[in-house]
Write a protein that binds this ligand. Structure first.
Ligand SMILES: O=C(O)c1ccccc1NCC(=O)[C@H](O)[C@H](O)COP(=O)(O)O
Length: 207
């Protein structure tokens, strides 16, 4: 049976992190962009990342960071996720696996993007809202994702327990990524919502 991987994003709290791991998240996202309501600082990253067990991927989210900012976080991250206008060369310079988040503006060409970001481990596709680099809580038209992309797709943007089954049926992504859809309030996750999300993904995978 095919299994859709799940990334829970925007964790800020140790209890929420423990719940996310208990519910079976494959990856945990830490927002390291200070402009986010879900941002954590380096001290919190150290604390939270040290509680993530082996085989769960620790992902750091950045928006147009300096190289020094990324380098300071590297000891606590397995994977880098870039949400800004970072060039492919910048994303690749840290010697760490990385993914590129692409916001689905009307004129985006995903074939060109996957060629430009050929060295990425996957493309994360998220909703476009002008001036907001991520975590919008909004969906986009999933039929805009071509079925023949070579890069693994991580589907993001407004997912929740109620719509993730439909999203998996429509896109068959490698992974799904959720933040607002498992939250009780900005940055605080809700364990019942996390469980419902995991259960909806598992149901979709069984179909
Ligand atoms: O969450 C943020 O505030 C954020 C800010 C800047 C860049 C990225 C950010 N979040 C990224 C994500 O959490 C994911 O792309 C997410 O899965 C989509 O968020 P949501 O629509 O709330 O599920």
């Amino acid at each position: 049976m095919r299994r859709t991987r799940v990334k829970f994003c925007g964790l800020t709290d140790a209890d929420d992190l423990a719940s996310a791991i208990a519910e079976g998240a494959d990856a945990i996202g830490f927002v390291l962009w200070p402009g986010s309501k879900r941002a954590i600082d380096l001290a919190a990253l150290q604390l939270l990342a040290s509680r993530v067990p082996a085989f769960v991927t620790r992902v750091g989210l950045f928006v147009d960071p300096s190289a020094e900012e990324v380098e300071a976080c590297l000891p606590w991250l397995d994977l880098l996720q870039f949400h800004g206008d970072e060039s492919p060369a910048f994303c690749a310079r840290f010697g760490r696996a990385w993914i590129k988040a692409l916001r689905m503006r009307d004129d985006i060409d995903l074939y060109t993007a996957q060629r430009d970001y050929a060295a990425s481990s996957a493309l994360l596709l998220d909703a476009w809202r002008p001036g907001v680099p991520g975590g919008t809580g909004e969906t986009f038209d999933w039929s805009r994702i071509p079925a023949d992309l070579e890069k693994p797709v991580i589907l993001a943007g407004g997912l929740c327990a109620e719509n993730v089954g439909q999203a998996i049926a429509a896109v068959a992504p490698f992974a799904v990524d959720v933040s607002g859809g498992i939250e009780a309030s900005a940055g605080r996750k809700d364990s019942a919502r996390m469980r419902a999300f995991m259960s909806a993904v598992a149901s979709a995978d069984r179909r």
